[in-house]
Design a protein around this ligand. Structure first.
Ligand code: C5P
Length: 306
C-alpha cells in the first residue's frame, strides 16, 4: 500500500471548532475532568500537504497575511507521525502545515492539525493503519482530536472523546473574536479547580436543551443555551475577557460564549450578512475577527496530486 501511495501529495484539511456549551464535571484520578460539551466544526481550516518520504519532516508556517508564534517542537503533527510509526512500523512522511486557525484560542487548531495528520497517514498507509488504532492515537494526542477527525456537531462526554452526533437542521453563522492574548488549556483547568474548590458540580449538565434547540433550527433558541463553565477561570486569568464577551453581545450577536478554554469569543449570528455586520462592529476590540459557517466536515483529504 505504501508503494502505491508513493509520489502522491495529499492536501488535507483540519477544521476549527467552537464549543456551544461546555459543562465541567468532576476531576478524575488521571487529572482530566469529566466533560459534557457540544462542539461544532466551522469552515476555518489549517491545510496540510503530505507525501510519503524517506524520512519524516514537518514544517509549519502561517498562511499569507497571518502572523504569530508557532507551535513548539515536537508539535502535535510530529507526535502524531511518531505514534503512527510506532503502531504501523512504517510511515515516514514529509508534511507542510499552513496555519489559519489561531493558537491558544480554544478553537482546536492543534487538534485539527493532529486530526488532519492522522487522516492523511490513513490515506498514505491504507490498511497499514487501522481505524481503531488511529482512534486510539487520536485520544493520546488530545481530548479534542477524536472530534476533530469526525467533525460536524456532536455532544462529547468523558474526556471529550465519547461522541454522540447532533442532527442540526441548518447551518449556523458565527463571528469569532480573537483577543491579542492566548490562554493555555491546562492553566485554565487548574484555575477552574482552584475556584470551584474541587467540588463535584451540583445538578446535571444542561446540554439537552441546547441539543433540542439545535434540532429546532432556530438560532435565537440556540443562543439562549450557549454556556461555558471555564469562563469563570479564563475571566479570572484574563480580566479583559469578560468585557470582550460583552462587546460581542452589544454588537448585536444573538448570543456570545467563550470557546473551549479560550481565549476566542464566539458570537452566534442569524446568517452570513448578520455575521459580517457584527464582525465589523467588534473589529476594533479584537486582534483578529473571522466570520465562519458551521460545517458537517472534520479532517479530510481534499486533493491528491502526483
Ligand atoms: O487533552 P488535552 O491535551 O487537550 O488537554 C490539555 C489539558 O487540559 C490537560 O492536561 C488537562 O489539564 C486539561 N483537560 C482536562 N479535562 C479534559 C480535557 C483537558 O482537565 N477533559
Amino acid at each position: 500500500m505504501a508503494r502505491k501511495a508513493a509520489g502522491v501529495t495529499l492536501r488535507v484539511l483540519g477544521r476549527a471548532k467552537v464549543n456551544l456549551a461546555l459543562c465541567v464535571r468532576e476531576r478524575r484520578q488521571d487529572g482530566y475532568h469529566e466533560l459534557e460539551t457540544v462542539m461544532q466544526t466551522v469552515d476555518l481550516a489549517d491545510e496540510l500537504s503530505m507525501q510519503a518520504a524517506p524520512s519524516t519532516s514537518v514544517s509549519i508556517a502561517w498562511a499569507a497575511g497571518l502572523a504569530g508564534a508557532l507551535p513548539a517542537s515536537p508539535d502535535l503533527v510530529e507526535r502524531a507521525l511518531s505514534l503512527v510509526r510506532d503502531a504501523a512500523g512504517r510511515g515516514e512522511a514529509a508534511v507542510r502545515v499552513v496555519k489559519r486557525i489561531p493558537m491558544g484560542a480554544g478553537l482546536g487548531g492543534g487538534s485539527a492539525d493532529a486530526a488532519a495528520a492522522l487522516v492523511g497517514m490513513q490515506a498514505l498507509l491504507g490498511e497499514g493503519l487501522r481505524a481503531g488504532i488511529a482512534a486510539e492515537i487520536a485520544l493520546r494526542l488530545g481530548s479534542d482530536v477524536p472530534f476533530a477527525m469526525r467533525g460536524g456537531t456532536a455532544v462529547a462526554r468523558g474526556r471529550g472523546e465519547a461522541l454522540t452526533p447532533v442532527g442540526t437542521g441548518r447551518d449556523l453563522w458565527w463571528v469569532l473574536g480573537i483577543p491579542p492574548f492566548r490562554l493555555g488549556t491546562a492553566e485554565v483547568y487548574r484555575r477552574y479547580d482552584e475556584i470551584a474548590g474541587h467540588r463535584a458540580p451540583a445538578g446535571e449538565p444542561e446540554t439537552g436543551s441546547l441539543v433540542a434547540a439545535l434540532e429546532s433550527e432556530d438560532p435565537g433558541e440556540v443562543a439562549r443555551w450557549l454556556s461555558n463553565d471555564l469562563e469563570v477561570a479564563a475571566f479570572d486569568l484574563a480580566p479583559s475577557l469578560s468585557g470582550l464577551k460583552e462587546a460581542v453581545a452589544r454588537a448585536g450577536a444573538l448570543g456570545a460564549v467563550m470557546s473551549g478554554s479560550g481565549s476566542a469569543i464566539a458570537g452566534l449570528c442569524r446568517d452570513r450578512s448578520h455575521a459580517a455586520e457584527v464582525a465589523q462592529a467588534i473589529a476594533p476590540s479584537f486582534d483578529r475577527v473571522e466570520t465562519v459557517g458551521s460545517t458537517r466536515r472534520g479532517a479530510e483529504v481534499v486533493e491528491r496530486s502526483r
